[in-house]
Design a protein around this ligand. Structure first.
Ligand code: NOJ
Ligand code: CA
Length: 555
């Protein structure tokens, strides 16, 4: 890259997110593990990714599948040992793959020794590591509704009448009190301990929630339960900047680490503070177009009627806002999102290799770092579950209850949960067509595999030059090493008008132009002359076929 600076090494990376419980189960106990990941790293290298992001592998009771941490400096035995982790680091290094871990510091598990000490003794110094308040007349301190649990964001402390602790997420995820400098120092030394192990950086969980409005005042209700969304008083609130500046200066910045903030609630005109030259993070995830199908990421029963045109506009708006000040983290899927094929391709008959490649090109060419979520590169689709009891994730159950409470029928509630459940992306990875998809040697997996079309597995796709996996490999190659590399990494993003509402088109730099028909209707589009590097159909005709996607190098 020209103009390479130490600040920007990470702009060249291609990230691959691993959901450890579901990647590869090496000891056949039903749960994916670190040795499993280590063994499969060469296959990720072959795909062409350069950095892996591990969802949490820390010690945890797994109420929220690891996003409830009981010990920041220990590996959960389900996933292996610290020696297994160190081995993963060594193998990754040998392969030239960098490692990023999840950093979950808005809350811990209620099993963390800090919280246990705080509960045991109100005079403990750990009491002030968390947020304890008195209730009023047998009611919680205020009417905030937690993100999880479909109820109050306060839980009564057992054995202490009228005392409550706060949690933005589930009751088993008590919030840390960032107002306390001792807590902040403890977090910073933990982060630096991990960085010293050679991590390239962190994906930073729920980080815009660490500052709570200190008035802890009730708000106007926004549901029939008389409660209001907790995020209105806890997400990206005034004063957050001081915490984030200090966090960055004490940890990430001196290590020249890459950080990807899960920073919901940040308006486009604030991006400069978050990802600008002096921003708190290298990149943040923008959820605007990931959540285009729902009115809010946490209320799945409020569906929208989005169109390809709206999606194209949302992407362009996001890209242009980010381009003004910094760098983007582009993704279609993660462990909280449904499978993109099921979400963005409205006609089931195109939820196949054609549709998957169209989506791949649509986002992979954008300005910023591409993130691939495990299984996305195979073109996996959502699972179909026929009863709410078949869902594992706590938020599936919350959403179901909330939908019923808001007057939706059981059928509609189930349809919405099926469409949006986080379990969709969390099913075991299909390596081949053997029992349990080669995820393990036959033990029942912690979450059943999702049914996929024949041939949607790593082995079949690896051996097929026309597979989705091979298409992703080509995308990685074009970005890592090809004549298009400079434009694909550094080139400015510019929306193109294809004069068709179903076609999303954009340019990168001087030479790259991308056209994607996001509909089942052929579209007549005036394509530029040039070399076609990528195409999910055998040829380019006078009109663009349903879900056809083309990358053209214009001279
Ligand atoms: C965001 C994570 O991605 C999600 O999986 C988790 O449940 C919440 N933060 C709480 O940590
Ligand atoms: Ca295992």
């Amino acid at each position: 890259m020209t103009n390479e600076t130490s600040r920007t090494w990470w702009q060249q990376e291609i990230f691959y997110q691993i959901y450890p419980a579901s990647f590869k189960d090496s000891n056949n106990d039903g749960i994916g593990d670190l040795p499993g990941i280590t063994a499969e790293l060469p296959k990720l290298k072959e795909l062409g990714i350069t950095t892996i992001w591990l969802s949490p592998v820390y010690k945890s009771p797994m109420v929220d599948n690891g996003y409830d941490i009981a010990d920041y400096q220990a590996i959960d035995p389900r996933f292996g040992t610290m020696a297994d982790f160190d081995q993963l680091m060594t193998t990754a290094k040998d392969l030239g793959i960098k490692v990023v871990m999840d950093l979950v510091v808005n809350h811990t598990s209620d099993q963390h020794r800090w919280f246990q000490a705080a509960l045991k003794d109100p005079a403990s110094p750990y009491r002030d590591f968390y947020i304890f308040r008195q209730g009023h007349d047998g009611q919680p301190p205020n009417n905030w509704r937690s993100n999880f649990g479909a109820g109050s964001s306060w839980t009564a402390v057992p054995g202490e009448p009228n005392t409550y602790y706060h949690h933005v997420f589930s009751p088993q995820q008590p919030d840390l009190n960032w107002e306390n400098p001792k807590l902040r120092q403890a977090i910073y030394s933990m982060i630096n301990w991990w960085l010293a192990k050679g991590l390239a950086g962190f994906r930073v969980d729920a980080i815009t929630f660490i500052k709570k409005d200190q008035d802890f005042a009730s708000i106007t209700p926004d549901g029939s339960d008389g409660l209001g969304k907790v995020k209105r008083k806890t997400e990206n609130r005034p004063g957050l900047d001081q915490f984030l500046k200090e966090l960055n200066a004490a940890t990430f910045k001196p290590a020249n680490a890459v950080t990807i903030g899960e920073a919901s609630g940040v308006a486009y005109d604030q991006l400069g503070d978050f990802i600008g030259e002096k921003g708190y993070f290298s990149m943040i995830f923008d959820f605007h177009y990931a959540d285009i199908d729902v009115a809010s990421g946490s209320e799945w029963f409020k569906q929208t009627n989005w169109t390809p045109k709206m999606l194209g506009e949302a992407i362009a708006k996001s890209q242009l806002a980010i381009q003004k000040v910094g760098w983007g983290a582009n993704f279609l899927e993660n462990h909280d999102q449904p499978r993109s094929l099921s979400k963005y391709i409205r006609e089931p008959q195109y939820r196949n290799a054609i549709g998957a490649k169209a989506l791949a090109l649509l986002y992979f060419g954008l300005r910023g770092c591409p993130f691939i979520y495990q299984g996305q590169e195979l073109g996996m689709v959502n699972a179909v579950r026929t009863n709410i009891d078949q869902f594992n994730d706590l938020s599936a159950h919350d959403n179901y209850r909330r939908a019923l409470a808001e007057g939706y029928s059981e059928d509609v509630a189930l349809t919405c949960v099926n469409r949006r459940s986080r379990d969709n992306a969390r099913t075991p990875y299909p390596w081949d067509d053997s029992q349990n998809g080669g995820f393990n040697a036959g033990h029942e997996p912690w979450l059943p595999l999702a049914k996929q079309a024949a041939g949607v597995n790593w082995q079949a796709e690896h051996d097929d030059p026309n597979s989705v996996w091979t298409f992703y490999q080509t995308l990685c190659r074009l970005r890592n090493a090809s004549p298009l590399r400079a434009d694909l990494i550094e080139g400015d993003f510019a929306p193109l008008d294809a004069h068709n509402d179903n076609v999303i088109a954009y340019a990168r730099g001087q030479h790259v132009q991308i056209f994607v028909n996001l509909s089942s209707k052929p579209a007549v589009v005036d394509l530029p002359a040039g070399h076609v590097w990528l195409n999910n159909y055998p040829d380019v005709g006078t009109s663009i076929q349903p879900y056809q996607a083309i990358l053209i190098e214009v001279k």
